[in-house]
Design a protein around this ligand. Sequence first.
Ligand code: ZN
Length: 393
Amino acid sequence: MSAGHLLDQKRARKLLEQALSGGEIPPAFLFVGPHGTGKEEAALEFAKTLNCSPGGEPVADLFGASESETSDQGDTGQSDTGLFKGVLGGCDTCHACRRIAAYTHPDVIVRMPLPRPRSKPADPADPTEALAFKAEHPYRDPEIGGSNLSIGIADVRAVTRQLAYAPVEGGKRVIIFREAELMREEAQNALLKSLEEPPDHSLFILTTNRPDALLSTVRSRCRTIHFGPLPHDTIVTWLRDEGFTLSEEFDCAALARGSLKRAIAISEGGIPARDEALQILSWVIDGRSPQALKWAAGHTFKSGGGAQVTARQVLDELLSLTRDVAVIQAGSDVPLMNPDQDVLLRSIGAGATAGAGVEALEAVIAARGEVDRFVNLALIYTSLFEALKPLGS
Ligand SMILES: [Zn+2]
């Protein structure tokens, strides 16, 4: 596997290699895990394993032959050619591998959430530009504008239509839907039949950080592979390798919580949602709730679900902050999730009544659940800010 940090997704890697070795590869996978933990890269590595073609012939057709050859004759000299030998990933140098990495291989089809133009709802969105960006910057988001991001039914149909034909290059067609939690319900329904009965030469990989946002009928048709947060040292090494200067003030990798995407954002100046969460927290505990409610009023209505996205992000950050206060109040030596805010969080913990941290945490968890159930955001914010007040001294 070329991407070193993926080596630390040991469990996911083992399960994928078992699936590849088992003879019959499941028709659909669901890669589940937080943003920035290597799900999409693993999907590409899986596609490389099946399509790596150093000698011109796809590996998928060579599994049997290569296994018997290697067991009879030892190293046949093919170990650096990317032929599958129980290790996930291709050779990274052949024409097929290079095009998969660049998102230009005709049989590795990748779709991601894109803005839906109101003028042409029936047309599939063209992901070429966004994917070209992703090929260069796997852990950054392309600036594609618009908040109404989704994978629509037209995108799914454009892909499933191709299933009737054999793969262009004779290997295995791998269809990857990134951030599948943003696939519209009708699009998910349109995908069901293909997930259940894909042609022999095709398989699906859906990646998501919120599997609960997918229809249970979609989830049940996929083999789920979990990706956990990456280890601290992996993130430090990766940041160094990518040329980032590590902050001396705070442990950037600890703040990243196992996500390379988060690590980049922090290294480059912070995470807007966390700044917002910190601001809200300080307003509420300083008794300046009207300020917080004013913020809420500006973040309650936004077309295309943008306000929901903001609410999820900000509440996730508030969750980690209140969790840290609870940890401090409990006198636990568990590491803080926001170690750079140590002083502030300790002063909140010391000033508030005992148990206020846990109660605040519970209130944030409840609010977070309500956002997912599309409860009115103004109501959520109002009652949450009220529930956070005991954090103030
Ligand atoms: Zn290759």
